[in-house]
Design a protein. Structure first.
Ligand code: HEC
Length: 403
């Protein structure tokens, strides 16, 4: 069967029609662009509001790739639209056959190669610069990814051997410090990601990845696990709090002191007693500066899985529990202790409240649950909790759904 030869595209009206047809697409792209620009400012998980030089480098690469891709997209679309309109079948002409045209083949080999080089060279440059910076950083934080929470150790702060500072799901760093996070896992792959501070990095069992940055803007920066790691992957959120150095030092000092309680017995003035029901919890949890210190004698570097459970020191100052699953308040602590497994599916904390016949351990009753919630909330420094820092380093970021 012979194909009907397409005719030559002619006439102004057709050309106007083409432009008119392209208009909705352009309008749609403009609206999507505006919406995306709006999203960027609103979320503390935004990838396009960098707050460190490191994140800005990545943002710069992202923009470079975006605009090069946009150029390629517009170019290709323009050719497609032109070809479709120019060689519509109802016209008489057949297009000239260009198979084997050397100039064209060279052009469409060289142009993509140039585009790829324009992406590759700065990308490689940034990767090497960042790798070098990891080696030079001098404020070390060891990160241990757990199922399903994060533990942070400060191996180099003064006095660490006598009084280690180990936190969970919230890590404080001094403003302007050249920080390197050592990322480790003792179970499965996780990924450590604080979009406003740096790129994403895998946390791999048996391998120490690093992440470096210098955060100059005080603020709270939100991070999460970004490698699917199992049932509670979505509830592995954490916060990096960047604060002036004196605040950081004050917090470290407070972390090592017992929290004040009205009825502390004089003979144990430096050791605050936890309620007896906390004895069950000591199998896994620690609280510095109180008599509720179960394991751990001095700091041991590079010991994986130091804490079987989050260190609860100064828990009263934390916004959230369960790596973001609940806000930290009395009702929610009670809920956590009564319905641990329901609140966070897959958590490795046993349910101690539920009667044994319902599958729980039945070790604590209603009254003890309340007593424990009050006790946990009382774990605050004598001088009150550290001052809050603005989310995302700016006061105007909306926080609606962030932990
Ligand atoms: C067998 C170990 C174990 C025991 C015993 C245990 N927990 Fe936990 N607990 C955990 C683990 C693991 C988590 C982290 C859960 C998560 O986020 O997935 C946790 C989390 C918590 C949290 C939230 C902490 C945070 O950083 O978000 C609180 C509060 C808590 N436990 C209180 C208690 C109390 C009170 C007891 C005693 C009644 C207790 N736990 C007994 C393992 C334990």
């Amino acid at each position: 069967m012979r194909l009907r030869a397409p005719g030559r595209f002619s006439g102004r009206s057709g050309r106007r029609g083409g432009v008119a047809r392209a208009f909705p697409l352009v309008a749609l792209l403009a609206v999507v662009g505006l919406v995306l620009a709006g999203c960027g400012e609103a979320s503390p998980y935004s990838q396009i509001t960098p707050r460190t030089e490191k994140a800005s480098d990545i943002q710069w690469l992202y923009e470079l790739i975006f605009w090069l891709a946009a150029l390629v997209f517009v170019g290709v679309q323009a050719f497609i639209i032109y070809t479709v309109l120019r060689w519509r079948r109802r016209n008489e002409d057949r297009p000239e056959q260009i198979h084997g045209n050397r100039r064209l083949e060279l052009a469409w080999t060289i142009i993509p190669a140039v585009v790829l080089l324009a992406i590759f060279i700065p990308t490689a440059q940034v990767i090497f610069d960042h790798a070098a910076a990891e080696e030079e950083a001098d404020f070390v934080v060891d990160v241990y990814a757990k199922q399903w929470w994060w533990e942070f150790h400060y191996p180099d702060i003064p006095g660490v051997n006598e009084k280690p500072v180990i936190t969970a799901n919230e890590v404080r760093i001094p403003q302007g410090a050249d920080v390197v996070f050592n990322l480790r896992s003792n179970n499965v792959y996780h990924a450590f990601y604080v979009p406003q501070l740096s790129g994403k990095n895998d946390v791999v069992p048996g391998h120490n990845n690093k992440m470096q940055f210098v955060a100059d803007t005080p603020g709270e920066y939100f991070g999460e696990c970004t490698e699917y790691c199992g049932i509670a992957h979505a509830w592995m959120r954490f916060k990096v709090i960047v604060e002036p150095e004196e605040n950081f030092n004050a917090w470290v000092a407070a972390y090592r002191q017992p929290p004040p309680v009205a009825d502390a017995r004089p003979e144990t003035a430096d050791v605050v007693e936890a309620p007896a029901s906390f004895g069950t919890c000591l199998a896994c949890h620690n609280i510095s500066g109180t008599n509720a210190v179960a394991a751990q004698d001095g700091y041991q570097a590079n010991v994986l899985s130091q804490g079987a459970a989050p260190n609860l020191t100064l828990l009263g100052c934390r916004d959230h529990i369960g790596a973001g699953v609940l806000e930290n308040n009395r009702d929610n602590l009670i809920q956590w202790l009564k319905n641990t497994k329901e609140v966070k599916s897959g958590t490795y904390m046993p349910n101690y409240y539920q009667p044994a016949e319902q599958g729980g351990l039945g070790a604590i009753n209603d009254q003890q649950v309340e007593e424990l919630a009050d006790y946990l909330l009382s774990l605050k420094p004598a001088g009150g909790c550290p001052p809050e820092q603005p989310v995302g380093g700016t006061a105007d970021v909306s926080l609606s759904d962030a932990p």
